[in-house]
Design a protein around this ligand. Sequence first.
Ligand code: CA2
Length: 149
Amino acid sequence: MSRLVYILNGPNLNLLGKRQPEIYGHVTLADVEAECRALASELKLEIKFYQSNREYEVIDWIHAAREDAAGIVINPAAFTHTSLAILDALNTFEGAVIEVHISNVHKREAFRHHSYVSLRADGVIAGCGTQGYALGLRRAGQIIDGKAA
Ligand code: CA2
């Protein structure tokens, strides 16, 4: 049984920690990856960690996850609010899906309140800062282990 979790990041998240720290904080995406790798090793999970500004790449990684992964933790960034294609791809994936947002999207503009991805996600984390990734990975691990309450 696979213990591999894909951690996928959508557009502009490569700028994390470098722009708009008042919204997204000072932690970089490389810091988030390092934190997730340390946690994965503690939980005996494997991770693949990716970021892209291109919708088709995110879709291709979801398709790849169908072949070898037990879970996906995804911050789709702005694709959250626009991408029926990412929802369709996630609907073909049979493992655990956790949606993560660094900011509390519900406290922000109305156009951020709707998520296509939430129609598939088993769990949604928003407004916990970059800590949300570790929380999401932990939850994915619990689902994979059959220990999610
Ligand atoms: O809060 C989140 O994690 C979001 O997914 C981030 C997206 C936004 O469109 C969603 O509504 C909520 C934006 C990602 C942009 O990331 C940046 C990070 C640092 C500096 C500039 C952009």
